[in-house]
Design a protein around this ligand. Structure first.
Ligand code: ZN
Length: 413
């Protein structure tokens, strides 16, 4: 599937020191330093295209864009893969509700997403892969897991046996009771009779009347959700046999920790025969008026609508990332107004021929980002630099700071 247009990233002067990137690993619940090496493999779970990009989605993809940018600015190779779940229950349900074709709905929402990511200057993934186009990969993954005896049949549906992975559950740290509750809320079917374990996950759903289906050696049907991401990650991230993990970062919103990422890791272990991801990195949810933004509450703010209203996408971006990414956050107009103010001040100052020294602020930005993407410290430092610069000063390079803001934060004027 086509992603969105590529973005030219200005090079950053190698005089700047880049500490190794530390990120909070949700699986170990510790800050963990990524080993310094040549290539990093990142998989981020993409959208299910039944609604336009709301601010919560945008915040998640901006978080992983900061990781991608930091590692690239270090001079490293990053293989970045993202999926789009263009066949799944919520998409079919929405299409049915609205009386539209599910493929038309998916295409229109993917197009909006591409526009939103372009406006936010998110680096496009190296591979942007749809669930439908990955069906052959899912089929071969299911076949492989059937051979190793970790998949069983239930009335034509195929289930992954979670008990096959002793580490199942270790990434989410939930009680069994919570797992059962959350599984039911997030696409699982723990109450279905006949399953070996209520938490076992559907990897292939036999054709249901009136629903789209594809042929496979085990009958007509469609892929399960978790297996889609494993199959895509293992194919397109090209795991290195010399590494102890299949990939470096599995990312997404924190609503994916369970069951999606825990079961996904167990399935990837069954397929790849080694631990799946070195780090599990999760972005917090964005709320509005005291509640989590969600379709059911109807309190979504859509990026495309805000941009059409004339709000500068760079200000939306600053307002979204000027927070610890892993914390849930309440969107508010004050934060947007402050972001607009900062963007305006920077735009004005960086168009001046003379500014105070800029090396130190660039070094500070890099150091704060290396500390689990400490963006509030980045923006506090930038505000201090603006305060200082507005009183005059010479010796800095406005061009170099502009380029650094673009390279590291994707902020362009
Ligand atoms: Zn996923």
């Amino acid at each position: 599937m086509n992603s969105w247009p590529d973005i030219a990233i200005p090079p950053i002067d190698q005089k700047f020191f880049f500490p190794p990137l530390s990120i909070f690993d949700s699986a170990t619940k510790k800050l963990s330093e990524l080993p310094v090496k040549d290539t990093y493999r990142i998989y981020v779970c993409g959208i299910t295209p039944y609604d336009a990009t709301h601010l919560g989605h945008a915040a998640t993809y901006l978080t992983f864009d900061l990781v991608n940018r930091y590692l690239r600015a270090m001079g490293k190779s990053v293989i970045f893969v993202e999926n789009v779940t263009d066949i799944d229950d919520p998409l079919l349900e929405r299409a049915k509700r609205d009386g539209v074709d599910w493929e038309d709905l998916a295409h229109s929402q993917i197009e909006l997403f591409r526009g939103d990511m372009t406006a936010l200057r998110v680096i496009p993934p190296d591979s942007y892969i749809g669930a439908v186009e990955s069906i052959p990969l899912v089929i071969s993954a299911v076949e492989s897991m059937m051979k190793s005896g970790v998949v069983y049949d239930l009335e034509g549906d195929k289930y992954f046996a979670t008990e096959s992975d002793p580490a199942f559950g270790s990434r989410s740290h939930l009680s069994r009771e919570d797992m059962l509750t959350i599984s039911a809320q997030r696409g699982g079917d723990p109450l279905r009779p006949g399953k070996q374990d209520p938490l076992d996950a559907l990897v292939w759903m036999a054709k249901r009347p009136g629903e789209p289906s594809w042929s496979s050696p085990f009958g007509e049907g469609r892929p399960g959700w978790h297996i889609e991401c494993c199959a895509i990650a293992l194919e397109y991230l090209h795991p290195d046999p010399k590494e102890s993990f299949l990939i470096d970062i599995q990312g997404g919103g924190n609503d994916l920790i369970f069951p999606h990422h825990d079961i996904g890791a167990s399935q990837a272990f069954a397929l790849g025969k080694k631990p799946y991801s070195r780090n599990y990195m999760h972005a917090g949810m964005i709320g509005l008026h005291g509640e989590k933004m969600s379709k059911s509450l109807g309190n979504l703010l859509f990026l495309s609508t805000m941009i059409l209203e004339g709000i500068d996408p760079m200000a939306i971006k600053v307002a979204l990332i000027n927070r610890r990414y892993s914390q849930d956050y309440m969107w508010n107009d004050d934060a947007l107004a402050q972001a607009q103010d900062l963007i305006g001040r920077l735009r004005l100052l960086l168009s001046r021929p003379e500014v105070p020294p800029t090396d130190l602020i660039i070094e500070e930005i890099i150091a704060h980002l290396s500390n689990d993407l400490d963006t509030p410290a980045v923006f506090a430092a930038l505000k201090r630099w603006c305060d200082q610069s507005e009183t005059g000063g010479i010796g800095g390079s406005p061009g170099e700071l502009s380029r650094a803001l673009d390279t590291l934060l994707g902020i362009s004027f």
